[in-house]
Ligand binder design. Sequence first.
Ligand SMILES: Nc1ncnc2c1ncn2[C@@H]1O[C@H](COP(=O)(O)OP(=O)(O)OP(=O)(O)O)[C@@H](O)[C@H]1O
Length: 245
Amino acid sequence: MATDVHRPVTAPAVHVAGLTRSFDGRAVLDDLHVDIRQGEFVALLGRSGCGKSTLLRILAGLDRDIEGTVLVPRRRAVAFQAPRLMPWKRVWRNVLLGLPGKPERAVAERALDEVGLGHRAAAWPKTLSGGEAQRASLARALVREPDLLLLDEPFGALDALTRINAQRLVGELWQRRGCAVLLVTHDVEEAVLLADRVLVMDGGVIALEQRIDLDRPRDITGPRFAELRAKLLERLGVSTTTEAS
Ligand SMILES: Nc1ncnc2c1ncn2[C@@H]1O[C@H](COP(=O)(O)OP(=O)(O)OP(=O)(O)O)[C@@H](O)[C@H]1O
C-alpha cells in the first residue's frame, strides 16, 4: 500500500497555495503560498500597499473573490487597527456581538478579565481610552475561542508606552491560548519581539521568510535581536545606518 510520506502529522492552521487576488486587473496577490502551523505566531511585514491587509481579509473570510487554495480553521477571529466598537452598546455587549446563541454576560466578562478590562465591562465605548478600546476589541476576538487570531496592525494607533503593554499582553495571550496568530505590522521590532517567524511581502508574494531563533522572554538589547532587525529592515529597503554629514 502506498503511503504519503509528505503528509504532515498535524494539518497546518493555515494553508494558502497559488493565491491570486486582483483589483481592476492588477494582481495584488500573485500566486502566493504560505502555511502557518497550529499554535505558531507569524508576523507579516511589507511596504504600504503591498497587500498585507488584503491577505488578512481573505484569511478572515471577508473577501472571497480569489483564485487559489485557502484553508483556514473554522474558529478564527480578527482585530483591526480601529477597535470598531458599537457606540450604542456597552463594552460587554460589544464583546458578544455576532456570537451565536445567547451567551451570558459572564462569558464577556471572562474575556475582558483576560485582557485586564473586567472592571470596564459595563462602560460605554466612548469612555474608554485608545488602549482600553483596543483591549476590548481583543476580548471580542478571544471570546470566539479562535484557533487562528488575525491581527491587522492592532497597536498602530497607540502611543509608545500603551503599545509596549499591548504587545506584552498579546504575547501572554498567545502563550496561554496556544492559538496560531498572524500579526500584520509595520513595526519590525514588534515582529522580532513577538513572532516565531516573520514574513516579508513584496510583489504579491512572500519575498522573505525569517525564523526568529530567540528564546522567550526576548532580550531586545542583544546582538541577535539587532541582527534580525537589521536583516528585515534591509529587505524592506530601509537603511539602518545614518551617514555622517
Ligand atoms: N477593495 C479594493 N478595491 C481596489 N483596490 C484595492 C481594494 N483593496 C485593496 N486595494 C489595493 O490593493 C493594494 C493592497 O492593499 P492592502 O490594503 O492590502 O495593502 P497593505 O499592505 O495592507 O497596506 P498598508 O500597509 O498601507 O495598510 C493597494 O494598492 C490597494 O489600493
